[in-house]
Design a protein around this ligand. Structure first.
Ligand code: 6PG
Length: 474
């Protein structure tokens, strides 16, 4: 019998997804591109390594791989995002028939996905852009899956992905039809944006505790574990594990070079926020913090020039960890608020009809940003669909009680010489959002002054614009 699905691209994620599919009794054909001679036997070796448990038809020729699939065919691409996806689609095209479906499970840019879906539709083919989160283990045991594309496509393969996805706390699959064309990849991109914000937030809190307060990795790990009884955040959990990990007598964290890499999705989500004109402070700050970290040698030189020191000798004893916890929690809420706000805007802009409550639900398990707060967001978005979570009564009550602590901790960290870009971006974003009066009247006046861009007035209805001859006004 022919295979239900073909998996093209046997990297770490491709292999894990293949095993996951097979464990749910889907017959999977496998193929890996021969980019160079070294990669020739990847599909064969993978099939042989697993032949005790599963029978994976593997192929050296793309045509044979395609011919091994049930019609209409379903082909899942797990290749690097970018040019490779277009190259593979181009190679597949002459081998496919009308109605065949290609699913791109990589971290592709949503605009590429929109273009590819359109191009393939014109050729009579179906195309889905599908976000997959959870890393190697998630892919193997149950990832969070964010497929975007037509209803017809989802009807065909949605059941397969729902079977292999993680389960939410209520037992439902962490996989929904997110929306049309690029919606799945947009939602995955935004997932990664939130991921960047949460990661940097935890990183800078660790850094502050270690080098301003003077607490050691082990103690910080137990603090994080205590906080995580409430947060249930996967990222906080792994950060505690990381801080406990030793290599010989030394903590491994101290041997890891502080120059962060990135593959693009965080920055793309910032670009999307700029395009759609929405606030995006904490995620942008997290991306920029990685950028500045990457200038390792330059930073080292500058540190000497400015006589900064990177170690901490004395420990501050009267440090209040519950204050720091509330600052952390508050910024985490803000980080989610701006992320979901961007989803709302994108949904309007692209007519995607995104269901934010359901998106929160499929992020409660399997994915990198799963947490107790994500579970709260399911009902928060049910209670007030499409609204910013910062105006939900429960959130308002909480942040009212923490906002002064957040600004205090942020300023203490800055004064002590520790950069806290996400904490301060969170504090600024919050203050900006809850201020009836901002500094933007001055911006409008400046714009009108030098460019006659006009302004609205406080004593006239919105939508009426005025211009002043500034130099002659007095
Ligand atoms: C996930 C992750 C995954 C990947 C990130 C990392 O949800 O499983 O987000 O997709 O680890 O893309 O991205 P950076 O290399 O940019 O940190």
């Amino acid at each position: 019998p022919k295979s239900k699905i073909g998996l093209l691209g046997l990297g770490v994620m491709g292999k894990s997804l293949t095993l996951n599919l097979a464990s749910k009794e889907f017959k999977v054909s496998v193929y890996n591109r021969h980019v160079d001679r070294l990669e020739v036997d990847i599909a064969k070796n993978f099939a042989e390594a697993n032949k005790k448990d599963y029978n994976f038809p593997w192929f050296d020729e793309l045509k044979d791989f395609v011919d091994s699939l049930e019609k209409p065919r379903n082909i899942l691409l797990m290749v690097n995002a970018g040019k490779t996806v277009d190259v593979v689609i181009k190679d597949l095209l002459p081998l496919l028939d009308i109605g065949d479906l290609i699913i791109d499970g990589g971290n592709s840019h949503y605009k590429d996905t929109r273009r590819r879906e359109q191009d393939l539709k014109e050729k009579g083919l179906l195309f889905m852009g599908m976000g997959v989160s959870g890393g190697e283990e998630g892919a193997l045991k149950g990832p969070s899956i964010m497929p975007g594309g037509s209803h017809e496509s989802y009807k065909r393969v949605g059941g397969i992905f729902e079977k292999i996805a993680a389960k939410d706390p209520g037992g439902k699959p962490c996989c929904i039809h997110v929306g049309p064309d690029g919606a799945g990849h947009f939602v995955k991109m935004l997932h990664n944006g939130i991921e960047y914000g949460e990661m940097q937030l935890i990183a800078e809190i660790y850094h502050y505790l270690r080098f301003s307060i003077g607490i050691g990795p082990k103690e910080i790990a137990s603090l994080f574990k205590r906080w995580n009884l409430e947060m249930k955040s996967y990222l906080l959990e792994i950060s505690a594990d990381i801080l406990e990990t030793k290599e010989g007598d030394e903590f491994l964290i101290d041997k890891i070079l502080d120059a962060a890499k990135q593959k693009g999705t965080g920055g793309w989500s910032t670009n999307a926020a700029l395009e759609l004109g929405v606030p995006f402070d904490t995620i942008t700050a997290a991306v920029l913090a990685r950028n500045i970290s990457a200038k390792k040698e330059e930073r080292q030189k500058a540190m000497d020039l400015y006589n900064m020191s990177s170690t901490k000798e004395d420990r501050i004893d009267n440090f209040n960890s519950s204050e720091l916890f509330s600052a952390y929690k508050t910024v985490s809420i803000i980080n989610h608020a701006i992320g979901f706000d961007l989803l709302s805007e994108a949904s309007r802009e692209y007519d995607w009809d995104l269901n934010l409550s359901e998106i929160a639900r499929i992020w409660t398990n399997g994915c990198i940003i799963r947490s107790a707060f994500m579970e709260d967001l399911i009902w928060i978005f049910k209670e007030q669909p499409g609204e910013n979570i910062l105006i939900h009564p429960k959130i308002v009550t909480y942040i009212k009680s923490t906002k002064n602590t957040l600004t205090k901790i942020t300023s203490e960290a800055l004064v002590s010489g520790i950069p806290v870009p996400v904490l301060s971006a969170g504090a600024n974003c919050l203050l900006g959002y809850i201020s009836g009066q901002t500094s933007a009247n001055m911006i409008q006046a400046q714009r009108d002054y030098f460019g006659a861009h006009t302004y609205e007035r406080t004593d006239k209805p919105r939508g009426e614009f005025f211009h002043t001859q500034w130099k002659s006004a007095n």
